[in-house]
Design a binder for this molecule. Structure first.
Ligand code: MN
Ligand code: MN
Length: 367
């Protein structure tokens, strides 16, 4: 049995649960090795304290489950069948009347919760599997780190493709298209999120995306991108100059770079997430741009783009080897420009190693 699934079963035992229901497709993959986004259909993993687990999927996915190497039972259902009536039958073959359930409270929609209640009216939900999974994913194994490194190498290739596409008059969206096309041709199956290219003042919106703006000489251009490599994700940001830029633009980049590099130097076992955030934030604040750094320093990364640990004020979690997260200070001056510089790293016994290696010094491109 894989170690992720074994620890989930240990948790079910420790919590004295009769059953755990894993519903999030990314988490089902984490525990079973089978990934599919079922859309409105039901894919579910059921785990018991002292019985073999089973997967439940649409009938059309059974072969894919077997191909993924799942060694336990898998049951299917047809579109016209009631999935939770069938699920109840398979559960009752193992446990006559499970009352104590662990569910993913962050993930399970109300109508599915009600479907469980209809089949198992005495069910109670004392344990939140979402909280357990966050903690379980916090420390990555060497195998997982190798996959994150591979995803990081792909992100570096994607930066190169994006920088090569820059020219006067090309739209942000067309640069995105060049990046995605290059990566798909190179064998990447999915980007980890919608690729972001923002130029000039549009980059001052840290939650924005590409538009149909034409890139012009004298702008800074922000690239935030990543790929999915065998289920593991990269996420990195570089901000570059297109043509000659002003001293003020250069200064913002320099301050953001210093914040990034200082935090990269400081990230090691023993420091807390909040302390690391403050180290970067103090540099930006001292330079007079504190109000323009309006998000946390970083987020955990692994099989999802945002997971634990959150690198922010108030999080007293002490960093340990195997934790993986982003360091991404940003300065967003409305109407003027935005800079963000982001690497994801894993904590090592003595410090950290980044997953991406594209230079962070200000690079200038032109036609
Ligand atoms: Mn990012
Ligand atoms: Mn990020």
């Amino acid at each position: 049995m894989n170690s992720h699934l074994q620890s989930l079963i240990n948790w079910v035992q420790e919590q004295h649960l009769d059953i755990a229901y894993i519903s999030n497709p990314t988490n089902i993959n984490y525990f079973s090795g089978f990934y599919q986004e079922p859309e409105e259909r039901v894919t579910a993993l059921f785990v018991f304290p002292d019985q073999d687990p089973f997967l439940f999927t649409p009938a059309l996915s059974i072969e894919a489950v077997k191909k993924a190497g799942w060694p336990y039972d898998v049951y299917g259902y047809l579109d016209h069948e009631d999935p939770f009536a069938l699920i109840a039958e398979h559960i009752k073959e193992r446990v006559a009347e499970p009352t104590s359930w662990g569910i993913e409270k962050d993930d399970l929609p109300v109508f599915r919760f009600e479907a469980i209640m209809k089949q198992f009216p005495s069910a109670t939900f004392p344990a939140d599997a979402s909280r357990y999974i966050e903690r379980a994913k916090l420390i990555k194994s060497p195998d997982e780190i190798a996959l994150l490194e591979a995803a990081g190498r792909e992100a570096d290739q994607a930066f190169a493709a994006g920088f090569a596409a820059l020219r006067t008059g090309i739209t942000e969206q067309a640069v995105v298209a060049e990046i995605n096309y290059t990566m798909m041709k190179a064998g990447v199956m999915n980007m980890s999120f919608d690729t972001i290219v923002q130029a000039g003042a549009n980059a001052a919106n840290p939650h924005g995306g590409p538009e149909l703006n034409k890139i012009e000489s004298g702008q800074m251009v922000l690239f935030d991108l990543g790929t999915v490599h065998k289920g593991y994700i990269s996420d990195a940001t570089r901000t570059v100059a297109f043509g000659p830029i002003s001293d003020k633009q250069r200064e913002i980049h320099q301050v953001c770079l210093e914040a990034n590099l200082t935090a990269m130097d400081a990230a090691r076992p023993g420091i807390t997430a909040a302390e690391l955030d403050k180290i970067a934030r103090d540099i930006i604040t001292k330079a007079g741009y504190g109000e323009y750094f309006n998000h946390r320093l970083g987020h955990g990364i692994g099989t999802s783009t945002h997971e634990f640990p959150s690198i922010m004020e108030g999080n007293d979690l002490v960093l340990e080897p195997g934790m993986c997260f982003s360091i991404e200070p940003g300065i967003y001056v409305p109407g003027f420009a935005g800079v963000r510089i982001e690497d994801c790293v894993h904590i090592t016994p003595n410090g950290n190693e980044p997953f991406t290696h594209t230079t962070k010094e200000l690079q200038t491109f032109s036609d």
